[in-house]
Write a protein that binds this ligand. Structure first.
Ligand SMILES: Cc1cc2nc3c(=O)[nH]c(=O)nc-3n(C[C@H](O)[C@H](O)[C@H](O)COP(=O)(O)OP(=O)(O)OC[C@H]3O[C@@H](n4cnc5c(N)ncnc54)[C@H](O)[C@@H]3O)c2cc1C
Length: 408
């Protein structure tokens, strides 16, 4: 079967590899360089513990801080607020405790399979040297935020996640070089991270190509059915016919889904990073909860990133966010001088914090795998495997109905 995959971020590259492993003839499209959007600029963590959605019950408790505090990691650009309001309202309505419990259970079915999604791919691609097994550490600088996180520890522990709570002094034992102004910490044992997300995605692309899969740097402009029930992909450079198409285009998937009459409330939750070249004071990703900021020791230096900005899909950097990240960095590493890189990207997010995985409502030859929000770097492998199973054999290891586009 000839299958096209649209989008060469971590989700598309993983899906393409699994399809190829299952014997399909795969063509992967990307309008730009593979792995250069959200899959480039993230914090690199394989966050198997992240089964509490960002819109958890504690969100209401922390909402005044998030909206009004000068050090809040939430930025909403004035004019965009009205545009984002329908999405925000749906997002807030999912903070009900019963809904959070349900979301958490559904996320667990995916997050408990993160290793299964990647292990073989990393081995086959010979990129295990890019992966560090040092676990992620969360830090809290206030009682307010720590108290809000306590119910989440219980939710996580119930699903077998191994959390090691740390008091103030123990934080310095784990990472002695950081300026310890922190109240409490937690290590998520079993989590790990990529020291170079871009190279990781490119390594998986090479694996695909070594198995006969093709990559085309072309922008998909239109997708049509022809009279012999083949799907025709029309790009800026030409057209080709396929038996099936998988849409893995991150935040741009909404536009492609609309071609088939499928609607989805997909928003770009903007995230930023700044980077300090050749500066490597820590061994593991450290996440400062109050600031929504991750410090990740990448191969080429320290990446300081995170935050959420609602402001649409323009590339323009908000300098307020850059100086917010730089202040956070100097707080944790007081000797830091200026940063070397600045980046903004778009987390593809739907308001119920679950990805969209499965067949189109309107066209049986079209499949979706997008909307992985804050945890797509972790979930790319397993959701790629599941959509490849669905498209190849219509039979998946877990029930995909909770993730169907039909829920909208
Ligand atoms: C600051 C930040 C930190 C993060 N940290 C983490 C983390 O630590 N752990 C974690 O699990 N997740 C993290 N995430 C989330 C994660 O990065 C994303 O969920 C994930 O990268 C999404 O992958 P994707 O392949 O769906 O999208 P993308 O990487 O955005 O890829 C989509 C691709 O589709 C292509 N495309 C779009 N339209 C077309 C078209 N018409 N034709 C051809 N190609 C097209 C684009 O060019 C792009 O390359 C973070 C995100 C951010 C922003």
């Amino acid at each position: 079967m000839k299958v096209a995959v649209i989008g060469a971020g971590i989700v598309g590259v993983s899906s393409a590899n699994w399809l190829s492993k299952f014997g399909q003839e795969v063509t992967l499209y990307d309008k730009g360089e593979p792995g250069s959007e959200a899959s480039y600029g993230n914090a690199g963590t394989y966050a198997k513990y992240a089964n509490v959605p960002t819109n958890s019950s504690s969100f209401f408790y922390l909402f005044p801080y998030l909206l009004f505090h000068k050090d809040s990691p939430l930025f909403i650009r004035g004019k965009y607020f009205i545009k984002a309001l329908p999405w925000l309202t749906k997002y807030l309505s999912n903070c009900r405790p019963s809904k959070v419990k349900d979301t958490s259970e559904k996320l667990t079915t995916l997050l408990s399979r993160v290793d299964e999604g990647y292990e073989d791919l990393f081995k086959d691609a010979n990129i295990e040297h890019l992966i560090s097994k040092e676990s992620v550490m969360y830090l809290w600088s206030s009682k307010l935020f720590y108290k809000a996180a306590i119910p989440d520890f219980a939710t996580r522990a119930k699903t077998g996640i191994d959390i090691q709570l740390l008091d103030h002094n123990e934080i310095s034992d784990v990472e002695p070089e950081l300026n310890n102004n922190f109240y409490k910490g937690a290590l998520f044992n079993g989590s790990y991270f990529s020291k170079n997300p871009k190279e990781t995605t490119l390594g998986l692309l090479k694996l695909l190509q070594s198995r006969g899969g093709k990559f085309l740097q072309e922008e998909v402009m239109d997708v049509k059915m022809n009279s012999s029930n083949k799907v025709e992909i029309i790009t800026d450079k030409g057209k080709k016919e396929f038996d099936k198409v998988i849409v893995c285009a991150g935040v741009w998937s909404k536009k492609l889904a609309a071609l088939f009459g499928d609607t989805v409330p997909l928003e770009g939750e903007r995230g930023y990073h700044i980077a300090y070249n050749n500066f490597n004071p820590i061994k593991r990703p450290v996440a400062w909860q109050e600031r929504g900021t991750y410090f990740t020791p990448m191969n080429d230096g320290l990446r300081v990133g995170g935050v959420v900005e609602l402001a649409g899909l323009e590339r323009e950097l908000n300098q307020k966010v850059i100086s917010f990240l730089s202040r956070a960095a100097k707080h944790v590493f007081p000797n830091l001088l200026g940063h070397d890189q600045e980046w903004v990207g778009f987390r593809p997010s739907v308001p119920d914090s679950l990805p969209v995985i499965g067949q189109s409502k309107k066209n049986p030859y079209i499949y979706y795998c997008f909307g992985h929000q804050h945890i797509g770097w972790s979930l790319g492998g397993i959701t790629g495997k599941l959509i490849a199973q669905e498209a190849t054999a219509n039979k998946t290891d877990i029930d995909l109905s909770p993730f169907s586009i039909e829920r909208f």
